[in-house]
Design a binder for this molecule. Structure first.
Ligand code: BGC
Ligand code: BGC
Length: 556
């Protein structure tokens, strides 16, 4: 390979920044991604497959015909694709404690991703989240290294299967290495100020498990460790990850992550590649990167042996994926996207992820003697809100953003003809019903946009609970949220309380629990704080007096 051909393999660009398709050939581009919401103009499975296959034809026009590897954030199902099956976000999956189910969810996601021609998901996020102010709390499985270990291995097995060259499998990417969930005050992309023993005991075990399960890639964290950016850390990326842990896959940087290093673009490239980054999610400046990296290697600032190592790692994975033999979409999977069979697995994930926190006088499950249920709250009939961020768009959106069943629709379906179900967003009209179900909580956000210093419920959410409770009927609260919120204003006003996290498209799974078709088994993946001043609060802390402990969860 020429040096240009090698450097091209280290480039990853977002599809939105490709100036002309010939550039894929001319710059020997090794990888393309779709960032959150970076979707083809017609967002449907065949259009995705056609788009990826077309990019692939340009890669195959190069002298060595090295195929592209296409990556995407399929972090709770194939979430950018309209009509795909959307699973609960990881915080909910952590509450299932069911590694086999998480493996199955990843297997199903892999089929949907493969059906669009994509080879690689930037998942699982195995952050051990220590401060719920963080806007990415829901992307991790929970607050303990045990959960991260158990679910990292399960997800990697599910995505990658037994053999990466099998058509329904995709490459996994454990992220974000290392310490992303431990930043001070939960600031996104912040500084993790802990000693090395804490880094190793809390944040590293998930990566050891992911590597043992065979993860082919790992993404670097935007965050710093005691002031040093992870993207420039030779110690963590090379000495620990590739040396001590023997990781043989490739390391990809995060979106523009090298730009956050001190210095100019040339020194960013020099520092990050010498630190151990193998593929750079630029995601834009590919001509600049090509020319600058050529100079850096020619001047001896980046040893060519480092480039060779990076390219060898990337190519080994491309071979293992079978891309040289089968560079184009396995169209037999395209029709499985959003299938009834896949949705059934997501529904099971919803059932198992719900955590019953309160159930006074056996208020739940709903029994046959009820004739009218009044449903209320802004999250009762809103598919986008129950899916959260990283759904269709990067930040997510309220409303009917894709195909699925809202919680209200699920309740209606399950109630059948015998029970009347009425609904008002503000709770009016509840009196006279036999039960009120109020669905409140957060609306979608992703990454730093979701950082919060105050996790109280909104005034409107508290008001709707009060309206329903004041009507004198047994009141159930269902909380839709990416993290524990401060619920003191409403917990005393309800008879039953369910933390439903961000369940995704299969809202009927919530109804299954309400009606007792599934006896709740979920247990908290996070300690539930009483107040903001208690945060950070985590299992194992001294003076641990939370509202609900890590692991808490009732059954009927
Ligand atoms: C996020 C990553 C994600 C990447 C690509 C970044 O902003 O931190 O988790 O994989 O974007 O969308
Ligand atoms: C992209 C995301 C990415 C983010 C980084 C967005 O424009 O869509 O994928 O994570 O930028 O800030």
């Amino acid at each position: 390979m020429t040096l240009q051909e090698k450097i091209g393999q280290m480039i990853q660009i977002d599809r939105g920044f490709i100036q002309k398709k010939e550039d894929i050939t001319d710059y020997f581009i090794g990888s393309i991604l779709s960032g959150g919401g970076s979707v083809p103009s017609s967002n449907e499975p065949t259009a995705w497959a056609d788009m990826v296959d077309e990019y692939q034809t340009y890669a195959l026009k190069t002298r060595l015909q090295i195929p592209l590897i296409y990556g995407i954030d399929a972090v709770h199902g194939h979430n950018n694709v309209y009509g795909a099956t959307i699973f609960p976000h990881n915080i909910g999956l952590g509450c299932t404690r069911d590694a086999d189910l998480v493996e199955e969810a990843a297997r199903v996601t892999a089929e949907e991703v493969a059906g669009t021609g994509i080879h690689w998901t930037f998942s699982p996020c195995i952050a051990v989240v220590r401060n719920e102010r963080w806007g990415r709390t829901y992307e991790g499985f929970g607050e303990t290294p045990e959960l991260s270990e158990m679910m990292a291995a399960a997800a990697v097995r599910g995505y990658q299967g037994n053999d990466l060259s099998d058509p329904g499998t995709i490459l996994a990417c454990a992220k974000h290495f290392l310490g992303d969930g431990g930043t001070t005050d939960g600031h996104d992309q912040g500084n993790t100020e802990v000693d090395e023993a804490t880094m190793r005991n809390l944040h590293l075990p998930g990566y050891i498990a992911a590597i043992e399960a065979g993860t082919g890639s790992i993404m670097v964290s935007f965050s710093s460790w005691n002031g040093e950016k992870m993207h420039g850390s030779y110690y963590w990326l090379t000495t620990v990850l590739k040396g001590e842990l023997g990781f043989e896959g490739f390391v990809v940087s995060d979106w523009g992550g090298i730009d956050q290093l001190p210095g100019d673009f040339a020194s960013d490239i020099e520092t990050s590649i010498n630190a151990g980054v193998d593929m750079v999610m630029l995601p834009q400046r590919y001509e600049d990167f090509m020319l600058t990296t050529l100079d850096l290697v020619n001047n001896g600032q980046i040893p060519e042996s480092r480039v060779n190592d990076a390219v060898r790692r990337i190519l080994r994975i491309k071979f293992e994926l079978g891309l040289f033999e089968n560079p184009y979409t396995h169209r037999s999977y395209t029709g499985t996207i959003g299938s009834a069979e896949h949705r059934e697995i997501a529904r099971q994930c919803v059932r198992e992820s719900l955590v019953l926190l309160k159930n006074k006088n056996d208020c739940l499950p709903i029994t046959g003697s009820i004739s009218r249920i009044h449903v209320a709250g802004k999250n009762a009939d809103d598919l986008g809100n129950q899916c959260g961020g990283w759904t269709i768009s990067w930040q997510g959106n309220s409303g009917a953003i894709t195909i699925g069943t809202t919680i209200l629709e699920g309740i209606r379906e399950r109630a059948g003809a015998g029970i009347a179900v009425t609904y008002s967003e503000d709770g009016s009209g509840a009196s006279g019903a036999d039960m009120g179900i109020v669905v409140i909580g957060e609306t979608p956000y992703a990454e730093g946009v979701g950082d919060r210093s105050d996790l109280s419920l909104s005034v409107e959410d508290v008001a709707v609970v009060n309206t329903v409770a004041d009507s004198g009927i047994p009141t159930v609260i269902i909380l839709i949220s990416g993290r524990p919120l401060i619920i003191n204003d409403v917990l005393g006003r309800c008879d039953a309380f369910i933390a439903a996290w961000l369940p995704g498209t299969e809202g009927v799974g919530v109804a299954d629990v309400l009606f007792g078709d599934y006896n709740p088994t979920g247990s908290l993946s996070h300690t539930w704080p009483r107040s903001m001043d208690q945060i950070p609060i985590n299992a194992g802390d001294a003076d641990y007096e939370p509202l609900f402990s890590y692991g808490f969860g009732l059954s009927y």
